[in-house]
Design a protein around this ligand. Structure first.
Ligand code: FAD
Ligand code: 2HG
Ligand code: ZN
Length: 482
């Protein structure tokens, strides 16, 4: 609640009536209409337990026709809707702001087809990312997307947030790997854009509108995605650097010397490492006897064990000789590799355990990135822990401010400073998590007024009653009727 802008429920939205419930039960059956308090409490609350809605109804369709019927009906009744996937979003976008109907696509979780020659996977949007990763692994392929929330997040949610994650450096964003989508619009129209072609320049490529639209333009029901083959040789190393400048030099060297086999370049500062060691069970410090200011996790993925290892060794030797790294371990087996990844992927969970957390997901030119962290540290002094980590290889900083509990005084020291700073340095206030409820009225820090207006026009064209994920993504003031 602490970070949400104060907004009013739109008075033109209806509230659920007993006729509505009968209609939904008629099309979905009793099991598709969820009203029990415990379940509703969970789906009204976001992963961070920071945003909480008061929805009295969750619908669980099993087919695209059911999604279509639900939306057509909600649109005609002016009932607001929140599409929900795995509910791991970090900007308050996946839970209702008020009493919107939650439409969960969790039951739409079938794999439809997989082409072993092209690597094209077609599946329903409710498939959990980790299940897709396991399915592809069996087929000798990998998902071009991986992130810490893989055990719960769904591919439809990933597409709707245009999730970045740990492999973007190698495989690019979902705008590149998603080949097609099936989407249901607010009025129930089913848009079949479920192509499986690499190349198709027939008119506007509308699927891109839905990638990253955070459930505000339509409900994604099917996804077609290009997956790369699994390669046999994976190396992971965990390195320590004395300062941020060394991390940057190391990044440049990694791009030069590891080139085509580089598959991840993640960083964390000592504050993030301390939190993981303190709050996550079973984590071992890779460097128990010494303290370091920065850590970098590098992964290589290639097809030749000896060639890849030779390259990695040459890179490490060069980095050591040039004083870019002060310590380092190379994982000797899969267990060691996954414990390195566990440190990096476990940071959000460690932060949750530490108390209140203010999260900022920023794209900033890498040379300037850590200046913000230091300035924030000076601003906040002893009142909070400022920690930084993220996808350094993609220029994406996760600035997190950890406090014993949420405190509006601290928040007023952070915002709008963090947004002004990012805007001044031509950065983005959302690199990968989206705007959701948290930043709907902050979009102007990154996008021009003309661009925002065009987005609002597109939203009004596709969803004239504004029923889909209201109050999120775009400033609600653009849609209040005068
Ligand atoms: P939800 O949280 O349910 O929803 C997210 C948004 O998408 C909401 O606006 C919702 O309305 C909409 N939505 C969901 N499903 C659909 C659908 N089928 N159709 C239309 N709209 C839909 N993000 C990154 O980019 N990179 C990371 O590395 C990363 N790591 C994370 C690690 C952790 C531990 C956690 C908790 C989150 C992380 N995230 C990361 C946030 C990320 O956005 C989500 O994890 C994920 O992409 C959201 O998927 P979801 O299924 O949980 O969607
Ligand atoms: C990650 O990269 C996620 O771990 C979460 O995007 C970032 O918690 C965060 O700020
Ligand atoms: Zn991230």
């Amino acid at each position: 609640a602490s970070q949400a802008t104060i907004i009013q429920r739109r008075p033109d939205f209806s509230t659920i009536s007993s006729e509505d419930l009968s209609y939904f039960k008629n099309i979905l059956g009793e099991r598709g209409v969820v009203q029990d308090e415990e379940t509703l409490d969970a789906v009204n609350t976001d992963w961070m337990r920071k945003y909480k809605g008061t929805s009295k109804l969750m619908l669980q369709p099993r087919t695209v026709e059911e999604v279509s019927q639900i939306l057509k009906y909600c649109n005609s009744r002016c009932l607001a809707v929140v599409p929900q996937g795995g509910n791991t979003g970090l900007v308050g976008g996946s839970v209702p702001a008020f009493d919107e109907v939650i439409v969960s696509i969790s039951y739409m979780n079938k794999i439809i087809s997989f082409d072993k020659v092209s690597g094209i996977l077609v599946c329903e949007a409710g498939c959990i990312l980790e299940n897709l990763i396991a399915f592809l692994d069996n087929q000798g392929f990998v998902m071009p997307l991986d992130l810490g929330a893989k055990g719960s997040c769904q591919i439809g949610g990933n597409v709707s947030t245009n999730a970045g994650g740990l492999r973007l450096l190698r495989y690019g964003s979902l705008h590149g790997s998603v080949l097609g989508l099936e989407v249901v619009l607010a009025n129930g129209t089913v848009l079949d854009m479920l192509g499986t072609l690499r190349k198709d320049n027939t008119g506007y490529d509308l699927k891109h509108l839905f990638i990253g639209s955070e459930g505000s333009l339509g409900i994604v029901t099917k996804v077609s995605i290009l997956t790369p083959p699994k390669l046999s040789s994976v190396n992971v190393c965990f390195l320590a650097c004395k300062d941020y400048a060394s991390c940057l030099k190391l990044l440049l060297e990694a791009k030069r010397k590891l080139g085509e086999i580089l598959s991840a370049f993640e960083f964390l500062d000592h504050g993030a490492m301390d939190l993981v060691l303190k709050h996550l069970e079973g984590v071992r410090n890779p460097f128990p006897s010494s303290m370091h200011n920065f850590y970098v996790l590098i992964e290589t993925t290639g097809s030749s064990e000896s060639y890849d290892r030779e390259k990695l060794d040459a890179f490490l030797l060069h980095s050591m000789e040039n004083d870019l790294i002060s310590d380092g371990v190379v994982a000797q087996d899969i267990a060691q590799a996954s414990s390195c990844w566990h440190i990096r992927e476990g940071i959000p969970e460690a932060l949750m355990k530490a108390g209140g957390v203010y999260k900022y997901d920023l794209s900033i030119p890498v040379e300037k990135m850590y200046d913000l962290v230091e300035e924030m540290g000076v601003r906040l002094g002893a009142s909070a822990k400022v920690v930084a980590y993220g996808h350094l290889g993609d220029g994406n900083l996760h600035l997190n401010i950890s406090t014993p509990q949420y405190d509006d005084n601290i928040l007023s020291q952070i915002e709008p400073f963090v947004y002004d700073w990012t805007s001044k340095h031509k950065g983005s206030i959302s690199a990968e998590h989206g705007l959701g409820l948290m930043k709907a009225d902050k979009i102007h820090y990154t996008k021009s007024p003309e661009t925002v207006q065009l987005m609002a026009n597109i939203k009004m064209l596709l969803d004239p009653n504004g029923i889909l994920n209201p109050y999120k993504v775009l400033p609600p003031s653009l849609f209040t009727k005068s």
